[in-house]
Design a protein around this ligand. Structure first.
Ligand code: GLY
Length: 372
């Protein structure tokens, strides 16, 4: 059931290994990368309690020593103070240029540890061991690392590719169902943006993924990673096609900003809602059929995911304010909004010059449904 996806980036190429029980085999996979048998592990307190002992034991079985820093769990750790703490800790441990840092955790830890590795001694290698579905299918692959600033999310960072990604499907068993379903928003996104056959298959098998079927989970993670790898290979630093990975994200970022980046709306939940809104806008622009947004929303609802503004608890700002928040997105170039829209399921593209009235009407109808 183990599958290896190669991310072909010349001298920065690496493998993403997907499958069960990879944590137990971590030493065997990481060992060949090491100049000396020791690694520094950055994790969070929740993941440390669940998986750190097993991970360090697996390293020890291959003669690899390790020390670990466990940061508080949650988005707050993607900040200057925790970055500084991580970098100073790595320097205190005398991590050298030829050493390897391990990120054991979800997207926050992967982004933070990856960025710490990018700037430590002008760059050391790192290995991602993602523990959430979202991190396995998205953030651990492709080399985007960084932290948040008081000015916004992910505004400070670097492209720094990992040397290896170990996506252990077994780690998803300890994930709360809400987090798993949030990560599913990013899985379905790959089908919606470029692979209609994958979306068809998810409509058929998605429930088994949610219910813990390891074979379906492995297959879905590997197929998602492979889709991402092919896009990153074409456009490593997002000057073109990589923007397709942001399907649903312009809406999502505005909704996350409006709800305060907290438990009220998780990132993956916002992405699922954003994908539905992007298809709705595409349908109203005459780009895809009216049935497509209905089908996308129906699938997310069937999975138990959030699929519309109506699913976000509490009040939301009016459409104009949401549009202002959308305009703060990183995808704005020279003041022009860029949207990822679709000509059908699996046929996304980047659009500029989208009629703002259409986007406003999509938001306005979504908000009206909340009051009905
Ligand atoms: N998460 C989107 C990207 O890696 O480009």
């Amino acid at each position: 059931m183990t599958e290896t996806v190669r991310v072909e980036l010349g001298v920065r190429a690496y493998d993403v290994i997907v499958g069960p029980a990879l944590l137990e085999e971590a030493g065997r996979h990481i060992g060949p990368l090491l100049a000396r048998p020791r690694v520094a592990v950055i994790t969070d307190e929740t993941v440390a309690a669940l998986h750190l002992q097993a991970f360090q034991a697996a390293l020890r079985r291959e003669g690899i020593e390790s020390e670990a820093l466990a940061l508080p769990a949650g988005e707050g750790s993607k900040s200057w103070p925790h970055l500084s703490r991580a970098v100073e800790w790595l320097l205190e441990r005398r991590v050298e240029r030829a050493d390897v840092v391990v990120a054991l955790g979800g997207g926050v830890i992967g982004d933070l540890a990856g960025f710490a590795a990018a700037i430590l001694r002008r760059g050391v290698r790192y290995v991602q061991v993602p523990s959430t579905l979202l991190a396995q299918v998205d953030s651990s692959v492709g080399g985007k690392t960084g932290i948040n600033s008081p000015h916004g999310k992910n505004l400070v960072g670097a492209f720094h590719q990992p040397s290896l990604v170990l996506a252990d499907i077994g780690l998803l068993d300890t994930l709360p169902r809400r987090d798993l379903l949030a990560g599913y928003g990013e899985v379905a996104k790959y089908g919606l943006l470029g692979d209609a056959g994958f979306f068809d298959a998810l409509e058929r098998d998605g429930a088994r993924l949610a219910d813990g079927d390891a074979a379906v989970r492995s297959w879905a993670v590997a197929r998602s990673v492979s889709a991402k790898a092919r896009i990153v290979e074409r456009d490593e630093t997002e000057s073109g096609d990589r923007a397709l990975l942001n399907l649903g994200h312009t809406f999502a970022h505005a909704l996350e900003a409006a709800t305060g980046y907290c438990d009220r709306l998780l990132h993956g939940e916002a992405v699922a809602i954003g994908c539905v809104l992007a298809f709705e806008a595409s349908a109203r622009l005459g780009l895809c059929s009216q049935e497509d947004p209905v089908r996308v929303a129906a699938h997310f609802r069937q999975m138990g995911c959030r699929a519309g503004l109506v699913d976000i608890p509490g009040d939301l700002p009016d459409p104009n304010r949401l549009m202002e928040l959308m305009a703060q997105d990183k995808k704005v170039i020279a003041g022009r909004m860029r949207y990822v829209l679709a000509r059908g399921i699996g046929r996304a593209f980047v659009a500029t010059d989208v009629d703002p009235d259409i986007v406003r009407s999509v938001l306005s109808d979504g908000l009206a449904a909340k009051t009905r």
